[in-house]
Design a protein. Structure first.
Length: 254
């Protein structure tokens, strides 16, 4: 990179980062918070309405991101938009990943850190949207309630998306997977849809505050395949299922 570009890049990254955070916060307050309040009081199905509003909010965020950063493009496999009644599992590279998947599915739930449920306003939105806290000790009653209702949600066309690694990969490799998403899919006889995300960490790197906006980046979200459910209490079949999903992701990303 030429010297002048190395000097300009931090300033450009800072300006775009501030614009994005401003929209993320104030765009919600100005444009979406009135819609959430309206849905809370007047919608016949608050949970579904909140999920759709989160979907619209995330879509608008990435639209704005591409507007202020023309070097960014997002490529989504067309089959992904038609997925329904499935548990979606995906690799995890960046804090952008859950926002990306929320932007793809109108009716979606996911598993999020329990601490986020205590955040003012945001925690209320997560609870009303039917999201599941990962902290089953602190939120044991809520977790049990959400899992018992998951069968109806999936049967009605909903998507539960989960990052089975549980945390972001620092080197791009697939980490150890947790069993939760697989157990949910097997309990409710839902197919596992395997997706991969590439390059989201290039635009928003782990441990960094600034978005990396100078280098052209294409985020790719691909559908790798479908894995059928297995017996809920079959530990050997569960282990084979997890190995298969891991192998599918690794082969796609290699």
């Amino acid at each position: 990179m030429p010297v002048y570009q190395r000097l300009i890049k931090p300033a450009v990254d800072l300006v775009i980062t501030l614009l994005l955070w401003a929209y993320f916060i104030f765009g919600y307050l100005l444009f979406f918070s009135p819609l959430f309040v309206t849905a809370f009081f007047f919608s016949r199905n608050r949970e579904s309405s909140f999920q759709r509003l989160l979907h619209g909010y995330c879509r608008s965020f990435f639209f704005f991101m591409r507007l202020v950063n023309p070097r960014l493009s997002i490529r989504v496999h067309p089959d992904i938009f038609s997925l329904k009644s499935s548990v979606v599992v995906c690799n995890h590279l960046s804090y952008l990943d859950p926002l990306l998947l929320t932007s793809l599915f109108k009716n979606q739930k996911t598993i999020v850190k329990g601490s986020l449920f205590g955040v003012p306003i945001f925690g209320w939105i997560l609870k009303t949207s039917g999201y599941i806290p990962s902290d089953s000790d602190t939120y044991s009653t809520l977790v049990t309630e959400r899992l018992e209702k998951m069968g109806n949600f999936l049967a009605g066309g909903g998507i539960l998306f989960v990052f089975p690694e549980g945390t972001r990969s620092r080197d791009g490799r697939i980490g150890r997977m947790h069993k939760g998403a697989f157990r949910i899919a097997n309990r409710w006889r839902a197919p596992l849809e395997v997706l991969t995300i590439e390059n989201s960490h290039r635009i928003f790197q782990p441990g960094k505050f600034l978005f990396n906006t100078w280098v052209p980046t294409t985020i790719r979200i691909d559908r790798v395949g479908r894995v059928a459910p297995v017996g809920e209490n079959n530990g050997e079949a569960l282990a084979e299922q997890m190995d298969l999903v891991r192998s599918m992701m690794e082969n796609r990303l290699s």
